[in-house]
Design a protein around this ligand. Sequence first.
Ligand SMILES: [Zn+2]
Length: 152
Amino acid sequence: MFRRDTQRSRVYAAEQAAFRDAQLLPIRGHLALQDLVDEITGERWWLSTFPQAPRHVTARFRRGGGATAWVFNNTITIGRQALMSWVILHELAHLAYGARTVGRASHGPSFCRAYLALVEHYLGEEAVAKLRRCMTDSNVSLAGEPAYRLAE
Ligand SMILES: [Zn+2]
């Protein structure tokens, strides 16, 4: 079943507010980006937290400043101008929670909980508190979609 992605603009607003002062990552080459993603998806934490996540994610640069996650082939594409750690974590969150299994809204509560878990693990308490606060301020819902739960 298809559900409208009603939270997308609210999630974007929240992360812009939370991370507007974040620095670009010092990653220049494709291999370095893939190495970083391999490091994340190779951690035991990745699969124990997200049992439905792919073991390998392909990471590629693309033109422009945007970023996209492709669930059908477990690929993320990131523009060089968008190369922030939180952008990488946002895109990985799309793949982490098993989006292909159910017609969940792609920026729905399951995505948001996965994103928060990734931000907490990789960027720390302060960053996740800020993102959580900005999500609340932007009326982003973290509740619902009970079929999905983070592993303990
Ligand atoms: Zn997204």
